[in-house]
Each structure stands twice: as C-alpha cells, then as structure tokens.
Design a protein around this ligand. Structure first.
Ligand SMILES: [Zn+2]
Ligand SMILES: [Zn+2]
Length: 454
C-alpha cells in the first residue's frame, strides 16, 4: 500500500462505527423504489452533520453533493442505491420489504466515503470533483405504481438513475463508479464482469368479458385463458432467441379482480424483455408483442400493451476495470480479487444507463450470505460489505484524480460511448415507449391488429 492508500484506510476506519451503525439502521428500514423516505431522511441528517450541503431530488427520495478538490479536473460520479425489495416472507422483512439485494450497504458505504473525504489530507494531490449520489429505485418492480407516478408527472422514467439523468443530476459528470454488495463467497472480496443485459419493462393487460362461469360462459370472454395462451406463444418463441443476444423474458401474472364463478374479464401481466443490446431487446420484444396480440385475437379478447424503457445494457470499460482491479488488489491482496473480462451477466442494472454515455464500472463486494433476492439473504460481514467497499472506492478516486486527474482524463478520452450525450440517449430510449390497444374489433367481429410503435 502507498502512503496515500494507508491514509485512506485510516480515514475510513476513523468512521467505521458510523458506517456499521448506518448499515444496521438501513437494513431495519427497507422501502421500495421511489418511496425510500426513511433511508433518505436518515442519510440527509448524517450527510448534513458531516458538513455537506445537499441537492435534494425533491418530490422523490434521493440527493447529491459535490466534493470539490479545489483544482480543475474531471468530475467523477459515485452512486449508492436506496431501495429494497418486496419480499414479505423474508424472516426479517419490515412491512413486507427487505434489503435482500443489499442496497442499504451501498449507501452506508457512500456515507463512509463522504465522512472519509472530510478527514484532514483526504483531498491532497487530487484534481477535479466527486459527485456523491444517493439514488432511488434501482429495482424495476411495482410497474403499475411507477406508471402512476409517471402519469402524475412525478417521474418520467421507471429507474432512478435514468430519472436522475433526465433531471440533469449527471450533467457535467464524465466517469462513474459504483459498488454493489453480494455473496462472493468466503475467499473473494471483490468481483467484476464485463457487463450485463439491459431490459425493457412491459405491462400487458388482457381484456375479456365477465359472465356467469357456470350458467353462461358463452356470454363471456376469458381474459385469463387469453393470457395463458399468450405466454404459451411467447414460450414457443424462445428457440428463436439467439444465444448472442442473451434474451430473457420472464412474465408474471398479476392476478384478477374476480370470483371463481365469474369468467375473468381482465388479466394483467408484468414482464421484462432483457437482452445484450438495445437492438436485440427491440427486435425480440416486437415478436413477443405479436404473440400476445395473436393470443388475444384467438379467443376474441383484447390486449393492451404498455412498453417502457427499463435499463440499458451495462458495458464496463476494460481499461477502467483494470484500474479498479488493481485498487482492489492493493486493498485486500491479489488472491481475494476475481475480475473476469469476458463474463456477461443476464441480470440488469440501471448503471447500464450511465455506461451508455460515460465510462463506468460497477464492481461487487462480498459480505452477504444466501441468495440475492432470496429469503435466505443476510448480511454476515458488514465490514466487507460497507467498510472495505468505501476503502476500495476511495482507492479508485485517488487513482483517477491524482496527477491532475491524468488517468481519468485518459479513460474519458478513449471511451466510445454508445450515445454522444445524455440527450441523445434519452431520445433513443424514448423510442421504446408503446401504448397500444393491440386488437380492435369492428361490428362484424373482424379485427384490426396493431402492436408496433411505428
Ligand atoms: Zn436486485
Ligand atoms: Zn441490486
């Protein structure tokens, strides 16, 4: 370790108890995306006590603040996510929610970073600035609730990071960093892959006609059967998905407001279409919408298709990854770091929206046990999850911003983003938006189908 790295370790350790306390408090106060006010309020108080002036998102949880080194240079964004998951059967769930993706550990680490950057000498030799961002709503869940927020004009996008991009929070940022906690086993502290799938969010509503299920089913149209047929048709498409596109379609039926003796007149489905490129997601989604439309037509039902941009594919800049890998090795030793430059995950994260416009790396730290998003997910080593994470991120801050920010400048200059600007990116994802009543019948019972957003 260099003298600077030893100072960082000391600066974080000086705030260790605060970080560990935050981890436990936040674990005990889980809330889902765009409702994370308890975590927001707790962290606002802690950040302000450290002397930070915060910019609040305002009508949704989340905030950001700039740490200025006093010298001109690149602006680095560091994220911590606020949201938990609906998972009522987790033994430690609170009001049906649990932090079983470990996001609370990210914001505990972000608080540790903020505290360490206030320690004497922390910014010596650095240039540029660091934007610390507590961001809501990473998990793409509760699509109907988020669509309501959208209709009310409270948000424009389902995911917190793209919403923050839309609000200008990322304006001026040129490079981005994030650490996600997880179960990396006992022997490995930090892992990172090449990237992960993007996704689009779908809400599908099959529409039938209610009638007496025993006495007069011939007067009804069964929306549940239409939905089942639609999903069967989508399943039959799976062999046409190409391996290179790593497409995932995983619908969930959201139930009906009905009784057993009534033919159900509505069945809602939520799903994603995930893929390794926006082009693949759009292409396969079109086939899926065609299949759903055909199923509705087959039984005389209707179907409303509602597509929204989800997250974009996340691609890590390999040069930036190498820098992060070295920082992790400096902290915990070579044998406890497992970076893989070809491994592609079929999950999704809205950090992918960020890497579409600037170089970014999301790496993973250990400290949890059990299955992510599972009822057996617990934090077993908060020191690894939060304290080590803060140290590793500060090592990266130093490596990027020392020497007049030379390394950050080099990475930014060499990166070829998918989109030239946040504006161009938002325009591209807005093309995914679709609201269609895909089957319309005339008086003779003939149908007009329209399932594409062209
Ligand atoms: Zn998750
Ligand atoms: Zn997560």
């Amino acid at each position: 370790m260099t003298n600077r790295q030893e100072l960082i370790v000391k600066n974080v350790d000086a705030n260790k108890q605060m970080i560990l306390d935050a981890e436990r408090w936040l674990w005990a106060h889980p809330q889902t995306g765009y409702t994370e006010w308890e975590a927001h309020n707790y962290l606002v108080e802690k950040f302000e006590a450290l002397g930070y002036e915060l910019n609040l998102a305002g009508n949704i949880p989340g905030f950001w603040t700039d740490v200025e080194t006093g010298k001109p240079g690149p602006k680095l964004a560091i994220f911590g996510e606020l949201d938990a998951l609906d998972i009522a059967n987790h033994p430690e769930s609170v009001n049906g929610m649990t932090h079983c993706c470990g996001h609370h550990g990210q914001v505990a680490a972000l608080l540790g970073i903020a505290a360490a950057l206030k320690q004497p000498g922390a910014l010596d030799g650095l240039s540029g600035s660091i934007r610390l961002i507590a961001v809501p709503a990473e998990e793409m869940i509760q699509l109907a609730f988020r669509e309501d927020l959208r209709k009310q004009g409270i948000v424009s996008y389902m995911g917190g990071k793209v919403e923050f991009m839309h609000r200008g929070v990322l304006d001026g940022c040129e490079i981005a960093l994030m650490v996600h906690g997880g179960n990396s086993g006992d022997n490995i502290d930090f892992v990172c892959g090449k990237g992960m799938n993007g996704c689009m969010a779908k809400t599908i509503k099959f529409k039938g006609k209610s009638s007496h299920a025993g006495g007069a089913p011939h007067l009804g149209v069964n929306a549940q059967y239409a939905a089942m047929l639609g999903l069967q048709a989508c399943n039959d498409l799976r062999e046409t998905f190409q391996e290179k596109d790593t497409v995932r379609f995983h619908p969930i039926m959201m139930g009906v407001n009905c009784a057993v003796n009534i033919i159900p007149d509505e069945m809602k489905i939520e799903s994603y279409v995930r893929g390794s490129s926006i082009e693949a997601m759009k292409r396969e989604n079109k086939k899926i919408n065609r299949a759903l439309t055909g199923a509705a037509l087959a039984v005389g039902a209707g179907v409303e298709l509602c597509d929204r941009p989800g997250y974009s594919p996340e691609v890590h800049d390999p040069d930036f990854m190498r820098l992060v890998e070295q920082c992790c090795k400096d902290l915990v030793g070579e044998e406890r770091v497992g970076f893989n430059y070809s491994n592609w995950s079929t999950g999704s994260s809205d950090f992918g929206d960020i890497t579409c416009v600037m170089p970014g790396v999301q790496f993973f730290c250990g400290g949890a046990s059990g299955t992510a998003h599972g009822i057996d997910y617990f934090i077993t080593d908060p020191n690894r999850l939060c304290v080590n994470s803060a140290k590793a991120q500060l090592f990266v801050v130093d490596a990027l911003l020392e020497n007049d920010g030379a390394k950050a400048k080099e990475l930014i200059a060499n990166y070829k983003p998918e989109y030239p600007s946040i504006k161009a990116y938002l325009e591209a994802i807005n093309e995914m938006i679709l609201d269609k009543d895909a089957v319309v019948y005339d008086e003779q019972g003939n149908a007009k189908v329209d399932f594409q957003n062209i």
